[in-house]
Write a protein that binds this ligand. Structure first.
Ligand SMILES: Cc1cc2nc3c(=O)[nH]c(=O)nc-3n(C[C@H](O)[C@H](O)[C@H](O)COP(=O)(O)OP(=O)(O)OC[C@H]3O[C@@H](n4cnc5c(N)ncnc54)[C@H](O)[C@@H]3O)c2cc1C
Length: 386
């Protein structure tokens, strides 16, 4: 008998299992995958997520695995360039999921959690109206008074408990990405062009991950030749196109439209949802891994302290819904409205404003604080004064 069973053992699940085991609970985490295992995901971890890994004693291992540090980002929105370092000496890194997820799985085991790989959950066990365990597709059963669904955007746990959907925006983008060698890529580069978003980040093994997104309505055309569309897109991004074309693609191109934007109720009798299972958004702002790690911390503390889940849900939604709305807005890939364009140009003029802007995506500056009328006015007045 376990205290907690966690379904899914990537960022949300493995981290939840690790933190619960560190608090002395008997934990079983299961995943149908076997690690190391890749997954369809680019992998920028925003500074707030990196700081969590550091607190958990895992950052050194991630860096020792050859994960480069990205402390500067260049964000080009239709020719307005916001370039700078992250506030408070934070940095971002972009580890391959084969590296990050294995590290977390190992950390969960080291903390004392049982972790079963290749275990495919087929259903939940009930005790009255409470969830009381899991049933594998092979019929194996495991029981616990709490089951955490950390099983990703198509969560079986969420479906089985009929977790209410609180907010939903249909998929907005088609995204393609792959890995190139031979690019000189010391900084992270992001581009927004009308109808396009692009990211290029250094990752393990000296490779650069290059990602391009277009409106999902263009999928029919995009899918005929995703690589040509990706290359044509990066050609419109300064000299990035030239550098990519001079480099060599070393892995297959991945393309997906499976990019939902959904917020679900995150807890109920005998169950919690963490990570994408509870709240998933378009990767255009690269928030998912950091969110999953943040959820892990909140869920583990709630369970270990005997909390009900209301506080978890409230904290998650207060911090996450503003960036969810910002993300679904940006994922529409529309050019900035006139005022937004003017505001961005004002932000670009001052380094402290650029750092604040980067802090929104880094998870260190609340969206509401950045958008507060007094802050917007401050930035515009500073620009007017030259
Ligand atoms: C194209 C793309 C690009 C992205 N880029 C970024 C980025 O740059 N930065 C970022 O932060 N986020 C990014 N994301 C989002 C990020 O991948 C997710 O937010 C993150 O993986 C969520 O972690 P998780 O642990 O909640 O779920 P997942 O990583 O999805 O893990 C869920 C696990 O549950 C397991 N599972 C599911 N069902 C079962 C079952 N029935 N039985 C057993 N196991 C099960 C799966 O095998 C899987 O291992 C991107 C996503 C996509 C699609």
């Amino acid at each position: 008998m376990y205290d907690v069973i966690v379904v899914g053992a990537r960022p949300a699940g493995a981290a939840t299992a690790m933190l619960l085991a560190q608090r002395g609970l008997r934990v079983l985490a299961v995943d149908r995958a076997r690690f190391p295992s890749d997954t369809l995901s680019t992998h920028q971890i925003q500074p707030a997520g990196v700081a969590r890994l550091q607190r958990w004693g895992l950052l050194d291992k991630l860096l020792a695995a050859g994960t480069p540090v990205t402390d500067r980002v260049r964000f080009d929105v239709g020719g307005t360039v916001l370039a700078g370092r992250f506030p408070a000496h934070g940095f971002l890194c972009s580890p391959r999921r084969t590296v990050l997820d294995k590290l977390l799985v190992d950390a969960a085991r080291e903390a004392g959690a049982d972790l079963e790989e290749g275990f495919h959950v087929g259903g939940l066990i009930r005790d009255g109206d409470r969830v009381a365990g899991i049933r594998g597709r092979d019929g194996t059963e495991h029981r616990a008074p709490i089951v955490v669904g950390a099983d990703g955007k198509h969560s079986l746990v969420a479906k089985e408990v009929a977790a209410p959907v609180l907010r939903e925006v249909g998929p907005r983008t088609v995204a393609s990405y792959s890995y190139w060698e031979g690019l000189d890529q010391p900084v992270g580069e992001l581009y927004h062009r009308p109808g396009r978003a692009v990211a290029a980040f250094p990752t393990n093994d000296g490779l650069t991950m290059v990602y391009a997104a277009a409106p999902v309505t263009e999928f029919g055309t995009w899918r005929t030749d995703p690589e040509r569309h990706l290359l044509d897109t990066v050609d419109g991004c300064g000299d990035l196109g030239k550098r990519v074309r001079n480099g060599r693609r070393v892995e297959r191109l991945r393309t997906t439209v499976d990019l939902p934007n959904v917020v679900r109720r995150a807890h109920g009798p005998g169950w919690f949802l963490a990570g994408d299972a509870g709240l998933v958004m378009d990767p255009v702002t690269a928030q998912g891994i950091g969110n999953a790690l943040a959820d892990a911390e909140l869920v583990a503390a709630t369970i270990a302290d005997g909390g009900t889940g209301e506080a978890y849900q409230r904290i998650r939604d207060e911090s996450r819904l503003p960036i969810f709305d910002l993300t679904t807005g940006l994922a529409a890939l529309r050019p900035p409205k006139r005022f937004d364009g003017l505001f961005l140009r004002a932000v670009a003029r001052r380094q402290d404003s650029v750092e604040q802007f980067l802090g929104v995506f880094a998870g260190t500056v609340p969206v509401r604080a950045f958008r507060r009328p007094s802050n917007v006015a401050r930035i515009l007045v500073q620009r007017a004064r030259g």
